[in-house]
Design a protein around this ligand. Structure first.
Ligand code: AMP
Length: 283
């Protein structure tokens, strides 16, 4: 596996890869890799010939009060995990390599970033869209792999590729969970044992909503209300939002649809956690 920190090196290596007719798969990450990330790398290995994992804790998607400086950065361990998962190249640039000091141009997301995560974290998705555009311009992948765990993020990346004519096929991979149901996240390392127990209520509430959804006795309004109520009643958990929305527009609609998605964000201690689950009338 090649281990690269500069844009020019990536370009040089990938130019040859492309000339040899290989397809390129890209897995953008912020590192502190866990089984969720590994599942994306494995999907990329299955679906493309040459897999580039990017590890970059992108400063432009963090607000000043967020955890940019304390975000975990176990690079040696991450490189080992990438090798084991079958990645061909890891690109882990510095912030200076990625952003010119006098950088002038960035990507702005429309109303898809006004709701949910975007409402709670103003500017976050502009930072994500900008760095993903830059990574796509460096790597020029055929395919890119994102987790359903960050549901709004994958929606925005899909819309971005459509609206800016970026020729990358976006593949969304399922959320990997602990046995308890807790969605794997690099931020789970911040949780104490007690907080972890509290955090498990998030996936449990999602599972209950998924079970109830096909039942005609449960209206959409009742489902949303109960989801919020259950989480508001969980001691030690501070709910940011809990909702059930259209899976493409992410808007609340009045009636149940064939498929919808339940989205939750909550704070447990100082750690902000997000999770979601697809709901289907057929299950
Ligand atoms: P991050 O390093 O948190 O920016 O995440 C990098 C990629 O991994 C994103 O596409 C995430 O959606 C995805 N990801 C994070 N957690 C999980 C998980 N538990 N299961 C599947 N994918 C995940």
């Amino acid at each position: 596996m090649q281990n690269v920190t500069t844009i020019s090196e990536v370009r040089q290596i990938l130019c040859e890869v492309r000339q040899s007719g290989k397809t390129i798969g890209c897995v953008p990450t912020m590192g502190a890799l866990h089984e969720g990330h590994i599942s994306l790398i494995k999907a990329a290995v299955e679906q493309s010939d040459f897999v580039v994992v990017t590890i970059f804790v992108n400063p432009t998607q963090f607000a000043p009060h967020e955890d940019l400086s304390k975000y975990p950065r176990p690079l040696e361990r991450d490189l080992k995990l990438c090798t084991e998962a079958g990645a061909s190249l890891v690109f882990h640039p510095s912030a200076e390599e990625m952003y010119a000091k006098d950088s002038q141009i960035s990507v702005t997301v429309g109303s898809l970033a006004d709701c949910w995560e975007g409402a709670s974290r103003p500017g976050h998705f502009d930072g994500v869209a900008t760095v993903v555009t830059k990574l796509f311009n460096v790597v020029q992948p055929d395919l890119a792999f994102f987790g359903a765990k960050d549901y709004q993020q994958q929606s925005i990346i899909r819309a971005m590729c459509r609206d800016l004519d970026i020729p990358v096929k976006i593949v969304t991979c399922p959320t990997i969970r602990e046995e308890s149901g807790l969605a794997l996240s690099s931020r789970n390392v911040y949780l104490s044992d007690q907080e972890r127990e509290i955090a498990i209520h998030i996936s449990q509430a999602l599972l209950r909503a998924k079970e109830r959804y096909p039942d005609a006795a449960w209206s959409l309004e009742q489902l949303r209300k109960t989801l919020r109520q259950e989480l508001n009643e969980t001691a030690g958990l501070e709910l940011d939002y809990a909702t059930i929305v259209d899976p493409v527009t992410l808007q609340e609609v009045p009636e149940k649809q064939e498929t919808m998605v339940a989205l939750i964000a909550a704070r447990v201690g100082t750690t902000r956690l997000i999770d979601n689950m697809e709901l289907s009338l057929r299950s």
